[in-house]
Design a protein around this ligand. Structure first.
Ligand code: 6MZ
Length: 347
């Protein structure tokens, strides 16, 4: 192993899988500036910062204020296309070789953007990046907990339609949004419908402490989801923890996001430690790399430094993440082959 390569550099060169990245939250400062120029808004028009910087923490409500600013700035098909392209290029530059983006289709009557044209803009950007960027990209459509069940059903229908139209690119459904709002149980029939038509489910579950005892948590876990987003408070409830452990449900782990949004007090207390030490499948992710000022390499470095993971352990973590992607066995095997080729250069 080439120990001369520093840890940050090793983490950057490590081929990585990103499975939990919200499009609007992943937009970088540079792209926000481009969106501002397009819309003719100055920084003073932004009503506050659009990112939570190094060493800063803010209440979980704060990222939701920021998402709204970014969403207001990106209200045309052109802006959605541009930000998707930028986000894909940035992940690729950070050594992400497989990326699952997720985004909530939006209707913007004042610009004419519809949920359909929103999804099409993202798909066009993915298509454009296909030959240019060294990363395989897939898309999950997101349901925001604030939305009506009817809107959520429209999203599932849209996902179903695009899954058939552009085979293989739209692969699943995400349930996200402010965890303090609404009741996840309302969406169970919609999520079941998604499962029935072959879409995979990545659901935000127990992101805040109240949800460790909320009836929605056991209801969502019993679907069951294919992956758990955050799951921060699941291990606070023995029964829920047993369900997750028995089914070996993979956790999407977002260290920086959870610490900066104050749902986890410090990196050392992150639930990654609990689950990783019990050999539960864990995938390191960024959540909202723009808003939380992070990169996937940085998340690997943090995991190594906080929990004492060796370079081979980081490698294994990245390699095993391929198992939890929402793609077929053929593509998984291609990714494993790719990873093994890269391994020879890294060690
Ligand atoms: C829950 C989150 C989130 O859909 O406009 N989102 N939902 N918890 C989080 N932890 C911080 N981070 C992002 O991206 C922004 C949307 O993603 C969800 C929220 O619904 C937010 O509005 P899109 O691309």
């Amino acid at each position: 192993m080439d120990e001369a390569v520093g840890l940050p550099d090793f983490c950057r060169r490590l081929p990585k899988v990103e499975l939990h990245a919200h499009l609007s939250g992943s937009v970088s400062e540079t792209t926000i500036q481009k969106l501002q120029v397009k819309k003719g808004v100055g920084h003073e028009g932004l009503q506050g910062d659009t990112a939570i910087g190094k060493g800063e923490t803010r209440h979980l409500q704060e990222p939701f204020r920021i998402f709204k600013i970014i969403q207001d700035l990106s209200d045309t098909e052109e802006s959605i296309f541009m930000m998707t392209e930028d986000v894909i290029s940035e992940f690729a530059a950070d050594g992400v070789r497989y990326l699952e983006l997720r985004s909530t289709p939006r209707h913007m009557p004042h610009t004419g953007m519809t949920p359909q044209s929103y999804v099409e803009s993202i798909l066009s950007a993915i298509q454009k990046c296909k030959d240019r960027e060294d990363v395989v990209v897939r898309l999950l459509l997101a349901i925001d907990r604030r939305q009506s069940v009817e809107t959520a059903m429209t999203t599932v229908r849209l996902a179903q339609e695009y899954m058939l139209r552009s085979p293989g690119v739209v692969v699943g459904i995400d349930l996200s949004g402010n965890p303090a709002v609404g009741d996840g149980r309302d969406f169970i029939p919609v999520l079941k419908e998604a499962q029935n038509c072959g879409l995979k489910l990545a659901l935000h579950i127990a992101e805040i402490s109240q949800q460790a005892v909320a009836p929605e948590t056991s209801a969502l876990l019993s679907l069951p989801p294919d992956r758990v987003g955050h799951g921060t408070f699941i291990h606070h409830n023995q029964d829920l923890a047993a369900v997750v452990a028995d089914r070996k449900m993979p956790f999407e782990i977002c260290l920086t996001s959870n610490v900066k949004a104050q749902t986890v007090a410090s990196y050392g207390e992150h639930h990654f430690q609990h689950w990783y030490s019990r050999k539960q499948p864990c995938v390191l992710c960024t959540d909202d790399k723009g808003v939380f000022c992070t990169t996937l390499s940085e998340e690997y470095r943090l995991a190594a430094e906080t929990f004492g993971l060796t370079r081979p352990a980081l490698w294994d973590l990245s390699y095993s993440s391929i198992d939890h992607t929402f793609v077929g066995e053929d593509l998984k095997q291609q990714l494993r082959d790719r990873w093994n080729t890269e391994k020879e250069k890294l060690f």
